[in-house]
Write a protein that binds this ligand. Sequence first.
Ligand code: NAD
Length: 420
Amino acid sequence: MLATAVLEKNAYEVALENFDLAANALELDDNLRSMIKYPERILSVSVPVRMDSGKVVRFEGYRVQHSTMRGPAKGGIRFHPNVTIDEVKALATWMTWKCAVVNIPFGGGKGGVTCNPKALSMGELERLSRRYASSILPLIGPEKDIPAPDVYTTPQIMAWIMDTYSMNKGYPVSGVVTGKPISLGGSLGRNEATGRGVYYTVLSSCAHLGIPVKGARVVVQGFGNAGSIAAHLLDSAQARVIGASDSGIAIYNRLGLDIPKLMMHKERTGSLRNFPGAEVITPEELLALDCEILVPAALENAVTEENAGAVSAKIVAEAANGPVTPEADRIFDQKGIFLIPDILCNAGGVTVSYFEWVQDEQHLFWEAQDVYNRLERVMNTSFAEVLKIHLDRKVNMRLAANMLGIGRVAEAARIRGLYP
Ligand code: NAD
């Protein structure tokens, strides 16, 4: 690395910094802070995988249980070349506050393997997923810790994890993971739940700020599961999605991109490249596009002190986890940009994961419309609760959401007390 390169913000330091801000605002005492701030359990594993060539390659994996204060640990698994233990700790921490914000009976966890799934064959990906699952097997289980998909992990990978776990138990245990294919006990509506939750919080924000959704210009960074579904629903509500990007390219059309066609194009070609009628722009230009709603839906540290000043959106909806750094938050505050913080904005995913787990445990499955209705109620209630703290306490939306989530976890810790 060049000495001049801008240092990436450490996501776990961001998580701790935001915890302290909320804990101070809540005036939490030091005893409670010690009980809830840090991960309860961290597992680091070696994942040896036989590649198609016959060679064995070793990957590093992690599973972090940040909290089981309010229920079993819950959180996705990420397969990405930049996965580090600190990133997984940060993501697990955010899961704890997120589950508390939407008031579902889960704690927070996260897992990851440092690998490039795009460079693996299907066979290699299956062997990696199964070996990783068996390595973290002592930690997971429907009553202990329930993984789900995250960046570059899919319903198929959840099926392999469920199968590996079940083979070890000797009977099928569908509640060990969520985000499974429907035929294995997945929930209708889970695949689009994160994007749908983002959509509901954007609608609530527009109503609060008096911005008409119809005709609102939307820009989506990261056209994956969360980003593309949010784009699709906003497009269906007659907003105009003018910009989108993935890891390879950013595209723009002043009049609006044809989102159903763009989704099919991405599905078919694996990229946004060569989409007819779109102009190619740089990732920096994408974030700076003149628009009403910006949806960062890729990875952490997308908006930092370097580029926050260029953002001209009125609403920033954090579909991704941790895309806006604390310095960028302060710049947004100065500019009057309304932020929908990640632990609220993207909580639709874990909410429908909770519904899936409930259905698996009861062996009784709901219709899609039931899932949507319940999700909408949860998102709207949580949004209203966060907004109330924002308005009553005159704090920004990030701090308001953290105060709600961390306050609920602290309350659970206070009531449970400590084993002597
Ligand atoms: P995904 O793998 O479906 O999509 C990720 C997308 O981001 C891909 O299109 C990829 O090309 C793109 N991308 C990667 N690096 C990029 C970059 N530098 N610039 C622009 N685009 C880039 O993943 P996902 O599940 O949609 O997750 C995206 C974000 O949403 C993550 O932060 C994840 O933690 C968060 N999230 C996901 C869920 C869920 O249920 N899937 C739930 C809550 C939060």
